[in-house]
Structures are given as C-alpha cells and as structure tokens.
Design a protein around this ligand. Sequence first.
Ligand code: SAM
Ligand code: SF4
Length: 332
Amino acid sequence: MNLIDNYNRKHDYLRISLTDKCNFNCIYCNPKNHMFKDMQKIYLLTFEEIERIVKLFAGKLGFRKVRFTGGEPLVRKDVFNLFEQISHIQKDYGLKLGITTNGSLVENKTDLLKKYGFHNLNISLDTLDRVKFEKITGKNDLEKVMRVINEAEKNGFNPVKVNVVVIKGINNDEILDFINLFKNRNINIRFIEFMPFGSNDWQRNGFISYKEMKKLVERKVKLIPVVNEKNAVAKDFQIAGHLGKVSFITSISEHFCSTCNRVRISSDGKFRVCLFSQGESYVNFKEMFRAGFTDDMIISKLNDAIKTKWGKHPDPEELANAVNNNMMAIGG
Ligand code: SAM
Ligand code: SF4
C-alpha cells in the first residue's frame, strides 16, 4: 500500500518534528521567539508514539526515508533513547534516516548518530562570521558548530550537508566564502532560498533567487550539473576542482511540487501533507492513538488526507500571510 495523491504523486519520505522548541532564534525562522510563549500548551508525541508512527510508515506504507527535524531536535530530552529505538526499525526496513540540526547540541555525539543508523546529517550554518552568527541566531556558537561539522566528517557522514539560508543584505556576501572554505572537504553546501511563513517577517527585498546565487558563484568557479534522483529538492552541482558539491534549494523561484514525495508530522502529532499547508490538520496521531485506532484505520485516514494535497503551493506573498504554518512545529 502506498500513499498516492490526486496528482499521482507517491509519497515515501516522512519528516517528523520532534519538538517546536529551539535554543536559537534565527531571524528567518523564530524571530520573535513566539513559540516559547506557547510552549506549555503543546503536547509532544511521546517516543513510543513516534516509534509506532515510523514502524507504520516504513512497514505498511513503503516509506524509505525518515528525517527528524524541529525546532531543534536535539533539545528534546533523552532524544538519543528514541534514536536507539528507531535504529532497530531502521535496520529492519533499510530506512534512510536523516536529521537536520543547528549543530549546537551534538558535539561529541555524531558518532552515536552514526551508530544508530543515521545516514544523512544536515547542519545549518548561515555565516562564517562570529558577530553575524550571533545576530542571526542569538547565540555565540559559531566555533562549536564548525567543530561539529569537522567531527561529523571524521565520523563518516560523507558528505556532511551544510544548510545556508541566504538573505539579501545579511549573508549573500558570504556565498563565495563558503565555497572557498570547503574547497578540499567532502561537504555539500546547500544554499536555500529564503521562504516566507506567517510568522517570520519575510520581505521580498530580502529574497535572493537561485539564479542570482548561481550567477554569483559562477563568477569564480565552474559548476557542473549533477543528475539528481527523481524526487530531489536540490539542484546539485559539482564544483570544478573542488571535492564537495554545491546545491541550491529553490522552493520559491522554481518549486518542486510536481515531484514532491514528502509528508510531515508536527511535533504535536498532526499530519501535514505540505510544509506550507494552512489551517489545522484534521488527522491527529495523538487523538487516533488515544481513541484506539488500528493501523488500518489510521491508514484509511491518511489516504483521505493525502487526497487534499494541492498541486503546488501558493505564491510567496500569500504564504507570508498564512496562519498556522509555523516552521518549527511543522518541521522545516
Ligand atoms: N533547528 C534545526 C536547524 O536549524 O537545522 C532544524 C529545524 S530548521 C526549521 C530546518 C531547516 O529549515 C534549517 O536548515 C533552516 O535553516 C531552514 N529554515 C528555517 N527557516 C527558513 C526559512 N524561512 N527559509 C528557508 N529555510 C528556512
Ligand atoms: Fe531553531 Fe533551526 Fe529555526 Fe534556527 S532554523 S530558530 S536553529 S529551528
């Protein structure tokens, strides 16, 4: 059984937000620290519930990829206990496990991630300048995040993926610095277009498109396109003479909705068919578990929900005014 929507898109990639909390306040994601205010009201999925969900998606719906995200997934207490449990499911189904983290809470633990079967590690890093790092995130953790990138590389994450959200007037002047810094490293730098959410003060004049970024990079280096897997969201390029690749995530200027294979579960257990879905999701894992739903009953609900997925997300200006689509709770 597969989750297939009205546009014949088959879904096999699940992203789970482990928490809506974060120890950073990135200006493009959590600028007003608004989620902290609501912290007490959110009832997170328990580890047992997350395990049951992963087992159901892998075992009964043919999902092949699961990524943990947030908020910051590593702020979740005892999260490595969850990862240990998930590692059994990973082995049973040959799942590709991934995690996206700001890197500040995983120092000396990337070996454990490897041990628990994580295949993909994405670390967010938007600047190489210490003062700017603090301005963007609210924390003075640049050196630590750099150490974690080195450690992850040594512990076999090949490549480590480094996520850079590019905002005009903030860090677009550093694009080439990133390329130069990682020249001899097996690191995949991923420049991400700045996306609007209802709560992140997105402005058109802060937006810099993939094409503009690429042009800037090509002034200094030659980019050789890499053939992507069918559902890839990144446009990947080998950089001539460099070890690592550079990628662009073009969610806004060239959306990849037509090949989207992703669904998401928010930290409080709501099923989301798109990162930009608006309004409350009516499929709630916590409620279904509490009401004693069997796996088959849950699958029937998921099948109904996937049919509501739109063909493509609305334009940025509309997304910027959306309600109920906070990145941290849904999981970026
Ligand atoms: N806290 C973790 C981290 O920062 O990697 C995981 C959650 S974060 C929401 C997931 C990814 O979304 C990060 O790479 C982050 O840079 C990206 N992100 C957050 N807000 C964004 C925005 N407005 N536009 C584009 N990417 C964004
Ligand atoms: Fe936290 Fe990640 Fe959002 Fe930054 S991007 S505020 S680290 S959740």
